[in-house]
Design a protein around this ligand. Structure first.
Ligand SMILES: *Cc1c(COP(=O)(O)O)cnc(C)c1O
Length: 319
């Protein structure tokens, strides 16, 4: 009975079922203090999913949850998934499969690079088998023809779509809401890539808060169709903002980098340049533009992804 409090909060109870060796830290909800928020009478909080585990952090573990559960119940199956050379999803999958002793393959976009990215090196080190496919072929990974071929070739496999984009991924992501649904926020903000996490949060938060997703891709015009594919009810309300993509997926500007360094100096909290920095920049800009009502309490979700910063040249960030 010597369980610490940390071990028994809700997502930890679930995760323990499939990853008994993983102890999650209950993420704090930290209030961010700065003059702009004070002047505008806005309270901004950050849910530190980046801190739940030193390796498998952020939203990825949750999106993987139901796939890993299937794998646990079907010990003969291996896991196959997809990603780019810097993918947080690949890294999380490789780590979880290694922990569970499940064979896994990562199908990686593009040719094998001369110098492997830190992410790919990590995946290999976790025992993931890596197969490179050209960009042309990679575009087809969500098509039935491609998937049927893959299933035929690997009949005993669980295929996880890129980024976990699926109903099961959404249902896993909705577990995140259990970490804050007992508190009342006017808005909940998060970065949006495949929209799987967004869908899970929209669905399980209901109408308690206004959910605002910040798209990190340029010309992100298919959000409605994505949410429809993930079977989010069309009656669910949400806001989607695509004004802070900074040139597109994994693109960055000097402004974004100096924002990240400033944010770290002020709050001692690291952000990643692909997702969370873009969301936080957007939230701060909207506060400045008086987008939020006076007195509003806003929760931002730090979805993790810090391993992606390893691709930046040394010295870019102060952390
Ligand atoms: C993958 C990722 C996202 C995007 O999540 P989706 O469910 O694909 O929208 C957001 N933040 C971080 C840090 C991520 O790694």
């Amino acid at each position: 009975m010597l369980q610490s409090k940390q071990e028994i909060f809700m997502p930890q109870r679930l995760i323990k079922e499939i990853l008994p060796g993983i102890i999650l830290k209950r993420p704090e909800i930290t209030e961010l203090q700065n003059e702009t928020y004070q002047k505008n009478n806005i309270q901004v909080y950050l849910l530190r999913l980046d801190e739940i585990h030193p390796v498998i952090s952020g939203n990825k573990l949750f999106k993987l949850y139901y796939f890993l559960e299937e794998a646990k119940n079907n010990p003969d199956k291996k896991i196959i998934t997809f990603g780019g050379a810097y993918s947080n999803h690949l890294a999380a999958t490789a780590f979880a499969c290694n922990e569970m002793n499940i064979p896994c393959s990562g199908i990686v976009r593009g040719e094998r690079p001369e110098i492997l990215s830190p992410t790919l090196l990590f995946c290999l080190q976790q025992g993931m088998q890596i197969e490179y496919i050209g960009r042309e072929n990679y575009r087809r990974i969500n098509e039935n023809e491609f998937l049927n071929g893959l299933k035929k070739k690997h009949p005993d496999s669980i295929i996880i779509p890129e980024g976990g984009f699926s109903i099961r991924g959404k249902e896993g992501a909705s577990i995140i809401c259990q970490l804050f649904n007992d508190k009342k926020f006017a808005h909940v903000c998060l970065p949006v890539g495949t929209a799987t996490t967004f869908a899970g949060i929209i669905e399980s938060n209901g109408d308690r808060s206004g959910i605002i997703g910040f798209g990190v891709l340029k010309n992100f015009t298919d959000i409605e169709s994505r949410l429809r594919q993930l079977k989010v009810s069309p009656n669910q309300k949400y806001e989607f903002n695509n004004d802070y993509h900074f040139g597109g997926y994994a693109k960055k500007t000097n402004d974004l980098i100096s924002f990240m360094n400033g944010f770290y100096n002020q709050h001692k909290i690291p952000l990643d340049f692909v997702y969370t920095a873009k969301m936080m920049f957007g939230v701060n800009d909207l506060v400045q533009k008086k987008y939020f009502a006076q007195g509003a309490k806003i929760l931002c979700i730090h979805t993790g992804g810090l391993q992606g910063n390893n691709s930046l040249p040394g010295g870019t960030l102060v952390y």
